[in-house]
Design a protein around this ligand. Sequence first.
Ligand code: GDP
Ligand code: IMO
Ligand code: MG
Length: 427
Amino acid sequence: MPVIAIIGAHWGDEGKGKIVDLLAEQADMVMRFSGGDNAGHTVVNQQGEFALHLVPSGIFSPKATSVIGNGVVVNPRVLLDELGALKQRGVDVSRFFISDRAHLVMPYHILLDGLEEDARGGKAIGTTRKGIGPAFADKASRLGLRTSDLLDKDVFRERLHAVLTGKNTLLTKVYNADPLSEDEIFSEYCRYGEILAPHICDTSALLEKAVDDGKKIMLEGAQGALLDPDFGTYPYATSSSPLAGGGCLGVGLGPTRIDDVLGIFKAYCTRVGGGPMPTELQDEIGGCIRELAHEYGTTTGRPRRCGWFDAVASRFSTRVNSYTQAIVTRLDVLDTMPALKICTAYELNGEKIDYFPASAVTLEKCQPIYEELPGWQTPISDIRDFAQLPLQARQYLSRLEELIACPISVISVGMRREQTIFKSPVW
Ligand code: GDP
Ligand code: IMO
Ligand code: MG
């Protein structure tokens, strides 16, 4: 299947980076389509361990072109640092392009993200403070500056002047903060523009040609479905769509040209930041998963909230993405558990419900109803053949498959590329 989308099925950090890096060995193009440097995608391969925030996780592939699509907001400083660090470690970054329609994360976005979060006090979203929300808000408000603006200094100066005047009023009059210097931002961003210019182009056209030529293309999602601004736990959500539909918009390709949608599910659930998470374990099991799996944010280092697999939320994730295949990651993390729980319904005000409520306030009140399965209590990280997995692990996967209503094609049993079991081929 030539065009596949890789989608985080939960609240992010499902292991998208590992899977994209693995599948990119056979890909011709890997294109990020949403989010910004709020993402943190970990890749462990022969070249080492990497945490990628903006550069697509296909960058290590010997032949794939790596592309940042129009749906990504780009902080050029972060991007250049990341490219520089990759180059220093011997990674070939020559086949890399950025959409001329991608919006820029500006210094005021980062400042405002922090100021807005501080103002929310106890109701803070727990954003990554990378300026992502304010950058997407400006895109919707038609106040954004885009990579193509960097290519014409006069246009960039004029747009920056118009926007910054308003932002400085907001910073000084509402937040009592210092204003930002137009000259400093202008010269800093012009420098970025000069370095990035050879990489900026109409990437949707590149993609169309690759699709027409029958190339193998991967659309790399960031975040996860339950952080989607429409279908996630709003307002505890991110600001761009991590869904398969967001994939079409974020690269400039129609839905009829996507052949497969792969949902990446963690074998349990995690979430970083605020917002409801019905299966969160605030006990020693939750702590044990966190330490065993080193569940700390790749971008912010914050401890991730850990809990049992939420099949209600997962089934909802299948609904809004129409997954054709599921990939289950981090199954090895459950190796030592004597028993495993799966949340199959919620209890809300004394009633059993099996849907994922729209309101975060309602979801907060939902208590998980669990089904318990036996654990396998044996290490599985060295297993490569599905049939060799302990019976209890196969039973657990089979129950997940049934509950999420999607066939599982790949199981990840460790962070390294080779620690993967293919139940059926992906490409
Ligand atoms: P992403 O944001 O979805 O790319 O995920 P992150 O990279 O933020 O977090 C996933 C973490 O799990 C990373 O540290 C990966 O190296 C690690 N990882 C991925 N798959 C597996 C797996 O099957 N087992 C284990 N133990 N770790 C994994
Ligand atoms: P990857 O791609 C996990 C969360 C933040 C916060 C909310 C809004 O690595 O899976 P934002 O900075 O986007 O305005 O924050 O979204 N969040 C993520 N959580 N993984 C991510 O990306 C995330 N990107 C944003 O923690 O709760
Ligand atoms: Mg991550």
